[in-house]
Design a protein around this ligand. Sequence first.
Ligand code: PMP
Length: 317
Amino acid sequence: MAGGFEKTDWIWRDGEFLRWEDATIHVMSHVAHYGSSIFEGIRCYATPNGAAIFRLEDHMKRFLDSGKVYRMEIDYSVEELSLIVEETVRRNNLPEGYIRPLAMRGYGSPGLNPATSPLHLYVICWPWGAYLGDEGMQKGVDAGVSSWQRMEPNTFPALAKAGGNYLNAGLMRMEAVANGFAEAIALGPGGLVSEGSGQNVFLVRDGLLITPALDGTLLPGLTRDSIITLAKDIGIPVSEQPVPREMLYTCDEAFFTGTAAEVTPIRSVDRIPVGTGTVGPITRTLQSRFLGIARGQIPDSYGWCRVVRTGGAVPVG
Ligand code: PMP
């Protein structure tokens, strides 16, 4: 265990594999002072065909998009990055867990302009179970609306998954835990519902599945996208729209989506029960379809799961 979680043996950095213990950075790295990193969070599931990575190419596409916003030159294609991720999972013999591609500004410029700071790329993976707990997945979690709000559009780009954005998310999460909640729900600068600290939010009201639209305050989650797709395909109408805070209290069902949180039901918000305070039927259906596909128990007609090939190594640099 390292810092409360289980480590693996190998971390890929800039074209080579390092031992976990050797993947250290200098204290003058730009990222340590200014939060100048972008990253991804991806899950790999144990399936009957072996480890399968969920929506790998889409995650790597978002990674490159995040880099582009922050003027980071990442000289790898989506497929090259995907092969590196695959190789990292294979080399660590990780049957299932979490994968963290990361690009960070290194040791160079002491000032804000990172022109002389090299960009370093990493791929890390480790075992990671249910983010909000197994019981949370079954019975739902208690959430609280945060006193912190998400950033205004055109301040910190919300479409980019950047390290610095998580200072805001961390404030929310710490406050939620201090108040006895499992997770926070943030409002945007206009007072409308935005997202969780590291999840998107969905509500159900009278059979309609509702989620905040991409308004420049929230991350376009790939789990969000998967759930919208699955819902439409089984005939559940979906609305991406402005969501007033009070809808959190009057809806029939609510849940979080995210790579780490997967599909986690919300059973109360600000101690007001969501619906009857139990997990609703639409939440349960979407949760089991999502996990069924990711775990290879339901056929993947979307091409979302990429089985990690065993045997021959692929180029890593
Ligand atoms: N919002 C934030 C702020 C997040 O960090 C995440 C997790 N990446 C999400 C939403 C959910 O995104 P995804 O489903 O792609 O993991």
